[in-house]
Design a protein around this ligand. Structure first.
Ligand code: ARG
Length: 285
């Protein structure tokens, strides 16, 4: 009888660099309207637990050596904790957000004021888009989702505003209403390794799947269960991948791929339809 010996795959060395994040405290966070399938008005947020979990995420970033700036929460804007949606910033350029739902529209102004006060130039959008919820930044390309929140016209506008090619990807499953819940950037391609992503094919149209497989032939394709656990709503610095504790299988896969998974508990934010990446805006290189 032939015995199949499996040798553990040698993990490639991953390289990291210091990141600059922006987070917004969850002081106004609650679920008082429902604009995605995760938001259930009968499932109340535990405010104390949310604050502790959010603080835990911030502590992880700081412990990894990253810079975290804080954007002040605005009373009456409960989703502002999902700071990723307020803009997309690449090098010295920022493209502002224009939210799809009226409940969140005022958040865009708070982001513009904050970023301008920090010395950044912000281009105000003319088309609906939800910042890094639907724009994921890599060195050579910006991946952009449409279908639920961000309009394809905003993809073209962002390309001009950011000066980096934008690749449009159609999202087809309402549970994955933003690109950042269906796809996570593991390596943005600035180091020695090629750019690397993890994604759930079922969230994308057939054309978008073909595009992603062509651009990233060695990408990590994840299961629906991993995506539903918000495992793809991750933040990576190229080596350390911060992801929700509810995705232990994905954490193991990432480890085999040479990354260092850093699980964080963010269960309260799933009640709003978000996790790690949603709570984290990045000012990209
Ligand atoms: N409740 C928010 C919304 O539906 C959640 C946003 C999550 N953010 C994200 N980057 N996916 O707009």
């Amino acid at each position: 009888m032939t015995q199949i010996l499996t040798t553990p795959r040698a993990a490639p060395a991953r390289s990291t660099r210091t990141r600059h994040y922006v987070m917004c405290p969850p002081t106004a966070f609650e679920v008082v309207y429902s604009i995605n399938p995760w938001m259930d008005l009968t499932n109340a947020v535990d405010t104390g637990l949310a604050q502790a979990q959010w603080q835990g995420l911030q502590d992880v970033y700081r412990a990894l050596g990253h810079r975290v700036d804080l954007l002040g929460a605005v009373p009456g804007l409960p989703d502002m904790v999902f700071a990723a949606n307020g803009a997309v910033s690449v090098a010295d350029r920022t493209y502002g957000a224009a939210f799809a739902f009226p409940q969140r529209q005022a958040e865009a102004h708070a982001h513009v004021d904050f970023l301008r006060a920090a010395g950044r130039e912000v281009q105000r959008p003319t088309h609906t888009n939800e910042g890094e919820g639907d724009f994921l930044v890599l060195r050579d390309v910006v991946l952009a989702g449409h279908g639920f929140r961000t309009s394809p016209d905003a993809h073209r506008e962002a390309e001009a505003a950011l000066g980096r090619p934008v690749v449009s990807l159609e999202l087809v499953d309402p549970r994955f209403y933003h690109l950042d819940v269906a796809l996570g950037v593991l390596d943005d391609g600035w180091g020695d390794a090629p750019a690397d992503i993890a994604w759930f094919p079922g969230a994308f149209s057939p054309a978008a799947r073909r595009t992603l497989r062509r651009l990233f032939p060695a990408s990590l394709e994840c299961s629906e269960a991993e995506a539903l656990a918000f495992g793809l709503n991750l933040v990576s610095d190229g080596a350390n991948v911060v992801l929700p504790t509810e995705s232990p299988e994905l954490a193991r896969t990432l480890q085999d791929r040479g990354y260092h998974p850093v699980p964080v508990e963010l269960s309260e934010f799933v009640k709003g339809g978000g996790s790690v990446k949603c709570c984290t805006a990045e000012l990209h290189r």
